[in-house]
Design a protein around this ligand. Structure first.
Ligand code: FAD
Length: 402
């Protein structure tokens, strides 16, 4: 069996060429319906949405970004964003679970060697494998490009012993993509990405999960121990930065932003439906200038994020993502979407007031959307991205916007 790295394949859906067009909407609607049916309970109980995960398996949406030649749906990046937005309308936790899984799949499809691809992609394509992400480490916070836990090498195997403080869906994942310090390296900047199947690990829960929002993401702490064959390194040892630049960064920021936008779109859609219905409107006056102005502002915020999402997708598909102007765009999308989607729902709460906007049992579920969206600026800290973007801005005195 060959272990030579294959050339990175684009995540654009080129893999789907020559097949019948993917009919995505019924699959996504099925998953969205299941998600909606359980969203209130999974939030209240802070438990992982297992029913929704089952529907992602059944519809094979877990294999959306697996090329059709490898047994997946052969979807394109735009399909992933469309599906994430739709799921976000029902539950931001589930939308983030889906987007982050797809980000991991894209990393495997683009950077894994032939052996690992052959072993894993058909299983993901069949809906058998839900992938969790392990990049955050105690002490380093969100410093993605460094790692302290050392990956050991013994004969042909890689030994993992890794504490992971926050792993979305980790208790239910079938496999993990884990960052660790590369074998034989003294530098925390030599980072390797390794795939470990659940069956190859001892997975110990190392903490509970009782957060303000994103409760159904069930992102508790784990301790992972085990060994995997050497070919389960993804990309080259020490070159995780390449994966971040070409895949992890762009897909994370696009996928998360789609989840946040979907959440805010769902909040606005439910609010407008309530206001248009004489039965549920209560005392709200549709000709109130304050209400109309607030609705307009919410709509404008979402239009701006949607436009930026579309522009960033286009840039990621057609331009060199390592160029500073594209990096500025990708980072700017994440920061802008996290701020504007949260601000939009905040404004909706003020627009409709206490009963519809603040009560936990309100059918509008604005308070859940607001709690969930509060995590957006923290999920890879906006402060880190703003520092990076400030430096990049200084390098472009002519201000050539993307
Ligand atoms: C809902 C949710 C799900 C998540 N799921 C996962 C997961 O599945 N897997 C995973 O690995 N991680 C996950 N994370 C973690 C996430 O990706 C970030 O890495 C993590 O939230 C960062 O944690 P932090 O805010 O403590 O750390 P930091 O990023 O270190 O930030 C802490 C604070 O310190 C400041 N700060 C520190 N260093 C700098 C710096 N150099 N520049 C600027 N500011 C700085 C910032 O102001 C920031 O507010 C998840 C997070 C959330 C919210």
């Amino acid at each position: 069996m060959s272990t030579a790295p294959t050339a990175p394949a684009p995540v654009t859906g080129a893999a789907g060429r020559g097949r019948a067009p993917l009919v995505l909407a019924p699959l996504v609607e099925e998953a969205a319906e299941v998600t909606a049916a359980h969203a209130r309970r999974t939030d209240t109980e802070a438990v992982f949405p297992l029913e929704a995960l089952d529907s992602l398996r059944r519809t094979r949406l877990l294999g959306l970004l697996v090329p059709s030649a490898d047994g997946g749906l052969g979807g394109r990046l735009g399909d992933m964003l469309t599906a994430t937005r739709r799921l976000g309308r029902e539950d931001m936790s589930l939308a983030m679970v889906f987007a982050m899984h797809c980000q991991q799949v894209a990393a495997l499809a683009q950077h894994a060697n032939g052996t690992l691809r052959g072993e894993l992609l058909p299983r993901i394509g069949a809906g058998e494998v839900y992938l969790a992400s392990v990049t955050t480490e105690a002490g380093k916070g969100g410093a993605l490009l460094s790692a302290t836990a050392p990956l050991q090498q013994r004969e042909g195997d890689l030994l993992l012993d890794r504490f992971a403080p926050i792993v979305t869906g980790g208790a239910h994942a079938d496999g993990f993509l884990v960052t660790m310090r590369s074998p034989h390296s003294d530098s925390e900047h030599d980072v390797s990405l390794v795939y470990a199947d659940r069956s190859q690990l001892e997975v110990a829960c190392a903490g509970g999960w009782d957060p303000h929002g994103m409760r159904a993401s069930h992102s508790g702490a784990l301790h992972l121990r085990g060994s995997v064959p050497g070919h389960q390194v993804v990309g080259e040892h020490g070159r995780f930065r390449d994966i971040v630049t070409h895949t992890f960064g762009p897909l994370a920021h696009l996928g998360w932003s789609a989840a946040w936008l979907g959440t805010a779109e769902g909040a606005l859609a439910r609010t407008v439906a309530m206001l248009r219905s004489g039965r549920t409107r209560g005392g709200a006056l549709l000709d109130s200038e304050l209400l109309l102005t607030r609705l307009a502002r919410v709509r404008h915020r979402l239009e701006a994020v949607a436009a930026l999402l579309a522009r960033t997708l286009d840039a990621v598909l057609h331009e060199d993502v390592s160029r500073p102007r594209v990096q500025l765009l990708v980072n700017g999308l994440k920061v802008t979407a996290s701020e504007q989607c949260h601000a939009a729902v905040q404004e909706l709460v003020d627009a409709v007031g206490l009963r519809h906007g603040y009560l936990r049992d309100s059918p509008l579920a604005l308070e859940r959307a607001l709690r969930d969206l509060r995590s957006a600026s923290l999920n890879f800290s906006n402060d880190r991205l703003l520092l990076a973007d400030g430096r990049l801005t200084l390098l472009d005195p002519e201000v050539r916007l993307a």
